[in-house]
Design a protein around this ligand. Structure first.
Ligand code: NCD
Ligand code: ZN
Length: 353
């Protein structure tokens, strides 16, 4: 029988785009309301490549939070990442390791996605940095897609596994890797069967939708993210992996806000803004698999265990209450359209239990 409420350990979001400036102030409260911590992506313009920049960015996040939620009982901890480039030095990795601020490095293959122009052009340029990361047990978060124009956009993740990830892990078998926002059966199978320190995050959109969502009666830019939604067999494999109880899979929303006009245009930005209803969306997915009893471990245990951080202790509550995702959110003189806009949810986040 479906429970009427879920009380669970407060979750963390292990992959999040918070942006900066005014947009940061707008989107941060949605995440801070549900999650205790988040791995904050470094793809700002210019990207966050040094510990100094990450420390300053973390201060801006804390300041934005203090301003927005002065009277609320919110404690949110941003876990910062550095953007790996062809020029990241072993010294910078050491500084990251010694800092209290930086938890991981992020690998964007150059040109793979939003603001990835400074990404890595060839992993052979990163040998020193990767050696230092392996030695210091620093986590590498990986955007797992090849970028060659001659590889079909729906195949780029599977090709990345064979051409980049397997050789990388062969060279650095102890490197701690999070394969971010996986979207295919191949990625789920690879992570599940691989030995050594590798795990994966899964977004709500890849658990809930297949690529038909992009073309339902017309082109639907608010379902467009990278890596792009795949076929139904892949969605089913991801849902099975997320709800399997395996500690290798955990929550990472990849919530990536873009103002509506930059998505509803001739060349729209990639990214789904899932923060406003993130937990409800995951609950919806797990309920569809009859696996609500496994949501807590996916959302709240496997992530901190992999990152070697303590699990949260506070409890939050979801109630089985129908609600419709109905209001766009004012931002930057325009609007943000939340993931699932116009759809019905069966669950509602009720705050701390
Ligand atoms: C992200 C963004 O907008 O920053 N977009 C996305 O579709 N996921 C970048 C990324 O993580 O790929
Ligand atoms: Zn992302």
């Amino acid at each position: 029988m479906t429970p009427q409420q879920i009380i669970m350990t407060q979750p963390d979001d292990w992959h999040l785009h918070l942006r900066d400036g005014e947009m940061l102030g707008t989107v941060l409260p949605y995440t801070a309301r549900q999650f205790a911590r988040a791995i904050v992506m470094p793809n700002l313009k210019p990207p966050v490549t040094t510990v100094k920049q990450a420390t300053e960015y973390a201060q801006r996040i804390r300041a934005a939070l203090a301003q927005r939620s002065a009277e609320q009982n919110i404690a949110f901890d941003p876990l910062m990442t550095l953007y790996l480039t062809d020029h990241t030095s072993a010294d910078e990795i050491q500084r990251a390791r010694d800092s209290e601020v930086v938890q991981a490095l992020k690998l964007y293959p150059a040109g793979a996605t939003t603001n990835s122009e400074s990404g890595v052009t060839d992993l052979n340029h990163c040998t020193k940095a990767l050696e230092a990361m392996q030695k210091n047990a620093m986590v590498l978060c990986v955007h797992g897609e090849v970028t060659h124009q001659d590889v079909d956009v729906f195949d780029r993740e599977a090709v990345f596994i064979d051409q980049v990830l397997i050789p990388l892990r062969h060279r650095f078998p102890e490197l701690r890797i999070v394969f971010e926002h996986i979207t295919t059966r191949q990625a789920a199978d690879y992570v599940q069967s691989a030995s050594g320190p590798i795990a994966a995050t899964i977004t709500p959109q890849h658990l809930l939708y297949n690529r038909n969502a992009l073309f339902q009666g017309g082109i639907r830019p608010h379902y467009y993210c990278l890596p792009v939604l795949k076929r139904e067999v892949h969605r089913q494999a991801l849902l099975a992996a997320a709800s399997s109880g395996s500690p290798k899979f955990f929550l990472g929303t990849d919530s990536a806000p873009h103002e509506r006009a930059t998505k509803e245009t001739a060349c729209g930005c990639a990214g789904c803004f899932s923060a406003p209803y993130a937990l409800e969306l995951y609950a919806q997915a797990f309920a569809s698999a009859g696996a609500l009893d496994r949501l807590e471990a996916f959302a709240s245990f496997h992530g901190p265990d992999f990152y070697r951080l303590p699990r949260n202790t506070r409890k939050i509550k979801l109630s089985r209450t129908a609600q419709k995702i109905s209001s766009p959110i004012a931002a930057e003189g325009g609007f943000l359209v939340p993931l699932g806009f116009g759809e019905q949810l069966d669950w509602r986040f009720e705050g701390f239990a």
